[in-house]
Design a binder for this molecule. Structure first.
Ligand code: SF4
Length: 331
């Protein structure tokens, strides 16, 4: 039976030590590469609009992640991931599908919770028999997550933890997560800083996301640990294809192939224009099938061996069955 390594870190006192270091970083916040240097312990707010308390927009059992996380009928473990969706964000993507919670800071103040409540949420999700706990957009709340883990572990938390990130993460913070996070699920968005700035208001996305990826790979390598078909430990790199190749997919794949051509990849085709993208010509349509197939060809060309591809989603993609399979969001 798989036991997450955070249990050992807790028992040795290492988790508590890391929680202390991370909490102290909030005093002069450099939790992400934005390096705002505000005192979030005193609720000073900067680029991510977040003070000390974590903001949880919603949490639910989620069936929209990769199949090895969601589980399957054949293996009788199609139990989904217990996702915790954090509010606010350190990026400002013009096409963000969650913009109502990631970029609506006045609303999100109402969704602040205490560290104790965050721990309770993890345990509540675990009690629903989910396969893992997923932290979605966790970057700006890593210290609070680790503080909550310190409370949740002695109360019985024992599921693998999934770090589902936009990959604009600080290497120092990712190093402190070594052994705490079981599954890294970074979405690598751009290979050119020009587009990172234009569409996500980040000037140095490429170098920071790549440095974070190198550290995630250093920790977990390209081998994945499966138990009864479920992903228990490993790195899966996501990449959302953008229309007109604004994501620079080839260069991203090339970087990954040079790092390790056995890394597991999840190539995502479900982009649809929403939020400000509806008014930006180059982003105002879904991707075409040929754009998707081109990316798959590049994977072959670059000898990337472990792709987890979805079926190409149609031009009129609204994920109808997705809605049916997600339990109602809870505040
Ligand atoms: S976590 Fe927020 S306050 Fe801290 S450096 Fe990043 S954007 Fe700035």
């Amino acid at each position: 039976m798989f036991e997450p390594s955070y249990i050992r870190l807790f028992e040795s006192g290492e988790l508590s030590k890391r929680a202390g270091i991370l909490k102290q970083m909030l005093a002069d916040c450099n939790i992400c590469p934005k390096d705002c240097k505000v005192n979030r312990l005193e609720n000073k707010i900067a680029a991510c609009y977040s003070g000390f308390n974590p903001v949880v927009s919603s949490y639910c059992v989620h069936y929209g992640e990769e199949p090895t996380l969601v589980g399957s009928k054949e293996d009788r473990n199609e139990n989904g991931v217990g996702n915790i969706f954090f509010g606010n964000c350190n990026l400002r993507c013009v096409y963000c599908q969650n913009y109502e919670v990631s970029q609506n800071h006045k609303l999100e103040i109402k969704n602040e919770v205490t560290i104790e409540r965050l721990a309770e949420i993890m345990l509540e999700l675990q009690s629903k028999n989910v396969n893992a706990i997923g932290f979605v957009s966790p970057t700006h709340f890593v210290p609070q997550i680790v503080l909550a883990l310190e409370l949740a572990i002695p109360m019985g938390l024992k599921l693998p933890l999934v770090y589902n990130t936009n990959c604009y993460d600080s290497v120092e913070v990712i190093k402190l997560l070594n052994g705490i996070i079981d599954v890294y699920l970074p979405d690598v968005k751009y290979s050119e800083n020009e587009y990172g700035y234009k569409y996500s208001k980040i000037k140095n996305y490429v170098e920071h996301s790549r440095a974070a990826l190198i550290e995630m790979h250093r920790q977990l390598g390209s081998n994945i640990v499966l138990e009864n078909g479920l992903l228990r430990r490993g790195l899966i790199i996501r990449h959302l294809i953008l229309p007109n190749d604004l994501a620079g997919s080839y260069e991203t794949l090339k970087f990954i192939s040079e790092l390790d051509n056995k890394i597991h990849l999840s190539i995502m085709s479900q982009y649809y224009p929403t939020h400000k993208a509806l008014t930006i010509d180059l982003l105002s349509r879904n991707i075409r099938e040929r754009e998707y197939e081109k990316v798959l060809d590049w994977m072959d060309e670059l000898n990337l061996e472990n792709g987890c591809m979805q079926e190409f989603e149609s031009e009129n993609y609204y994920r109808p069955d997705f809605k049916d399979r997600v339990e109602p969001f809870k505040r």
